[in-house]
Design a protein around this ligand. Sequence first.
Ligand code: G4P
Length: 531
Amino acid sequence: MSFTSEIAKRKTFAIIAHPDAGKTTLTEKFLLFGGAIQTAGAVKSNKIKKATTSDFMEIEKQRGISVATSVMNFQYKGFSINLLDTPGHKDFAEDTYRTLTAVDSVVLVIDCVKGVEEQTEKLMEVCRMRDTPVIVFINKMDRDGKDPYDLLEELETKLNIKVQPLSWPINMGTSFKGVYNLFDNGLLLFEPNKKATQDNSITINDLNDPTIENYISKRDADKLREDIELIQGVYEPFNKQAYLDAKLAPVFFGSGVNNFGVKELLETFIQIAPNPLGRPSTTRDILPQDPKFSGFVFKIHANLDPKHRDRIAFLRICSGKFERNKFFHHVRLDKNMRFAAPVTFMGQEKEIIEDAFPGDVVGLYDTGNFKIGDTLTEGEDFLFKGIPSFSPEIFKELVNNDPMKSKQLEKGIEQLTDEGVAQLFTFEIGNRKIVGTVGELQFDVIQYRLMGEYGAKCSFRPMQIFKAYWVTSDDDKKLDEFKRRKYTNIAIDKDKNPVFLAESPYTLKQVQENYPDIIFHSTSEFKLLDV
Ligand code: G4P
């Protein structure tokens, strides 16, 4: 198969949702369609439902599972589809944001009873930052949920994106009859617990045809006719380009657990979802068709086996062809490396691959060379953009509880933060270490893993810090002076960039006013400009 047809058959996406909306269920149904799994229940959910203190034990148990489900490849009608898993728990949001940099589109699952939830809004914000095309799946239509018109309006207002239904439900809850597919004028009748491969769609050429009443009651048929007329009056014919430009999100209704509407979603997905897209870099836009290989690391999974200190770096291929045992250039380290055992994952199986193409994700065994955001190329010097660290939301000082194990603690916190579990800031004076996360749960995870994997005992001391801002200036002298004067608030990040730790929005505002020559960045993205 030619290089261009390899690219044309690939689609790389993620399913995102507020926990419990049905992401795991939908993932599983997709994999059943693709024949990647044979039985329901094969995809272990990597969710951690409630933020209780014992959750980190659960997380630990789930780590082995989550590495296996990090990337799931399945084949469907000639397409090679890569589904990237994202953790559901909000304290792991940063991990999800990074994973979203490695996909080309997303399917957003909404629970029809709950509508748009907190996490849904945050995830959409991240999608919007990168103009990621979104398809919405309104799930659990077998339950009495919100009115479909209200749901559409809620999506538009809360998610700040235009939506357009491509299917329309006939009732919901116990009287749910099915959906009418506006894309191909098909009527799909609801049957609970349908098998993945079963098909009971009926093609309707004219909704006014009375034979439709052989399938649904006259009352339901009349209501459907009315709804469809209204919808067709309101919406223009579906504009695929608007979806690809992330200006319009098509909406489907269904019920994941009943395998209803999933096939229709998948069929539309393969028709409209983008093939691997280009990615901006520090020198130019890198296109998948570029013959030379390039890719970036968006996730690192460490110490699966603590005895071996093994890490797996997940690399999204952006251009060219990745080959086993070929030398590639690690741009940040200016070092050539080759990989004898690159892997893909499916279920619990790991498989060594010989080559991979744009859109694919490969797992690379790593002995500490990779950090999140690293770029590999065939020799060219550029870095991929768009994988920034965001300012954390909770900051605590790391306290060493066992002076005999300082080295282990130091090494452990360095490695765990390489993995992206949290961010690390260090005060140059006194070497005090500040750990920043997006959720409380991470502190439990870090404490537990430092003990379990490095034998280092630690605790955390809360700090009055509101946000971290990376600081730069066009005038080096002014920056030095700022650092000197504000030394009690200045720490350095892992790449030795100065960061201003603001105690409150008020102090930040004041400092910004007093130091107009200093630029405050809320993400670390600016760093790339120096390369
Ligand atoms: P998540 O990964 O987004 O967190 O959600 P998950 O798929 O685990 O689904 C959350 C719960 O919602 C599960 O029930 C699942 O069975 C249920 N669910 C998913 N799709 C539908 C649907 O279309 N209709 C209805 N009524 N329920 C649905 P659970 O009780 O938490 O778990 P389980 O014991 O059923 O697995």
